[in-house]
Design a protein around this ligand. Structure first.
Ligand code: CU
Length: 515
């Protein structure tokens, strides 16, 4: 073991590194070819992940080839215990340097899985051990954090994604079935046509709409025509089989590298209990759920409407192209049915503590959820009267996002505060301070913004105040604004970026550092 390795591995225990010589910095061994399997590690880690070519059978006549974990895409659901250290060996059986990012975990930057933060790459045909103490509890996920640029077979365009579930100290109540469902698109391609019918935030307020719009022709965006939930297209997997009266717990993840997505469960409503894995102050019943790329929602659904139903994208084309699954009640054999949900706008703030001044609009929004029983509406009224205090921040960080259209056949570029990455001297944090981050989206697209290694508390969403909604990824609406608070409690480098791979690759990122 070389000193260099100790410096890179930081938090790893001495005994572990000595017993398990990491090879990621070593040249190829004599006689080894690129295809040679890795020798088995000499000590067992708690979890082993192998990055390798996989096939994904979306349907019997639709089989894709990509890169995944342990022979599948999505990879295995990794269950961890909050606060209990875990070791994970990652073996890279591909020809591309890779990184595994642990999305939503508060862990040191050298194991968070991000090159920009100083996590070492796992070299091709090599391996590396990640050791960290998982926290906080809830629905997290893991995925490649490699840059892709013009290569749609790299990074988060591949099948390198899966759930991490950190078991909570408290349970979400009784449930009969638990399902981890990742929304996914495949076979991405470049296009400069801006269809964007799916931008859920277009119809909202547009406080950041510039006086003069940039009408230069748009550059290339990434799109897809092939979809699935987990590894199956609508109609090809086994249905979820349920009995009347059961309660289902859904862990939902938008694992798309490309798009935000709205989904619904025909004939049923979701009770949203957690956003990005964090329990919400006010669980509410909704008709449909919007997930930005990278976001998670945990929801309970009561099985109270016997039949055979479709769960999936609210966009007919996307559903027909695979984004859905079938839920079948016992002894029901009818054709699967789809019913469009109501058009209620998706609004994070309804799940928060109401704040001063929000009474009228909270009541109005509670009324919009006409599916709610009267007693729930009454309790929303009660809560609307309660006042919640958001502490004053120590400092405000102002951010504006802009797009420089690339024109036909070229890529758009994105800037944060008019400057390119990395914003070296701009976002320097003082440990222990509370920051308020004002994100102004001056582009014609909704962007799921993710800050690594920190938890964000939503305080304002397009003028709607709230508190208690804790997230790691926040969709900043079309020409809109979102404000979040965070405590600078994670020394080290932290990447802030749009979770749409193409946007991140072409400039939509900034590095936060500590003084
Ligand atoms: Cu974006």
């Amino acid at each position: 073991m070389h000193r260099r390795h100790f410096l890179q591995l930081g938090s790893l225990a001495l005994a572990q590194t000595a017993a398990y010589p990491l090879r990621s910095q070593s040249p190829m061994q004599p006689g080894m070819t690129m295809g040679t399997p890795q020798p088995a590690p000499t000590t067992r880690a708690d979890i082993t992940l192998r990055i390798e070519p996989v096939t994904v059978e979306l349907a019997p006549d639709r089989i894709l080839s990509t890169i995944g974990y342990n022979g599948t895409a999505p990879g295995p659901v990794l269950r961890m215990k909050e606060g209990k250290p875990v070791s994970i060996d990652v073996l890279n059986d591909t020809d591309t340097p890779e990184l595994v990012h642990w999305h939503g975990l508060q862990i040191p930057s050298n194991v968070d899985g991000v090159d920009e933060q100083g996590t070492p790459f796992i070299d091709p045909h090599s391996h590396r051990r990640y050791t960290f103490t998982p926290r906080p509890f809830g629905s997290r996920w893991y995925h490649s954090h490699a840059m892709a640029f013009a290569d749609l077979h790299k990074g988060s365009y591949t099948g390198q994604f899966g759930f991490v579930y950190i078991d909570p100290a408290s349970e979400p109540g009784r449930y009969d079935q638990e399902h981890f469902l990742a929304l996914r698109d495949w076979e991405p391609f470049f296009t400069s046509s801006m269809e964007d019918d799916d931008d859920e935030t277009k119809s909202g307020p547009q406080p950041e709409k510039p006086e003069v719009l940039n009408t230069a022709p748009n550059g290339l965006e990434v799109s897809s025509m092939t979809y699935s939930i987990n590894d199956k297209s609508l109609g090809s997997g086994e249905p979820i089989r349920v009995k009347q009266g059961q309660r289902l717990l859904f862990h939902l993840l938008n694992a798309s590298a490309i798009e935000n997505r709205r989904i619904a469960f025909s004939g049923h409503k979701f009770q949203v209990i957690a956003l990005d894995g964090n329990p919400v102050p006010t669980p509410r019943v909704v008709d449909s759920i919007v997930l930005g790329a990278g976001e998670r929602v945990d929801a309970i659904v009561e099985m109270n409407n016997p039949g055979v139903w479709i769960f999936g994208s609210t966009q007919p084309m996307v559903r027909a192209a695979g984004l859905g699954l079938i839920v079948e009640y016992e002894n029901q054999h009818s054709q699967p049915t789809w019913i469009d949900p109501s058009q209620d706008p998706w609004d994070y703030t309804i799940f928060g503590h109401p704040t001063e001044g929000s009474t009228a609009s909270t009541v109005r929004r509670a009324g919009l959820l006409n599916s709610q029983p009267v007693d729930q509406r009454a309790s929303a009224l009660e809560q609307a009267r309660a006042l919640t205090h958001v502490p004053k921040p120590d400092q405000i960080l102002e951010m504006s996002f802009e797009k420089i259209p690339g024109g036909a056949g070229k890529f758009n570029t994105f800037t944060v505060n008019g400057k390119p990455y990395p914003h070296d001297n701009e976002f320097v944090l003082k440990q222990g301070a509370r920051y308020r981050l004002v994100m102004r989206n001056r582009t014609d697209d909704a962007h799921p913004m993710h800050l690594h290694r920190h938890q964000l508390e939503l305080v304002d969403y397009n003028g709607q105040k709230t508190s208690g909604v804790i997230k790691d990824t926040v969709v900043v609406p079309f020409y809109g604004r979102a404000t979040v608070d965070f405590i600078a409690d994670q020394p080290g480098l932290s990447l802030f970026h749009c979770h749409i791979q193409n946007h991140m690759d072409y400039g939509f990122k900034a590095l936060f550092r500590y003084a």
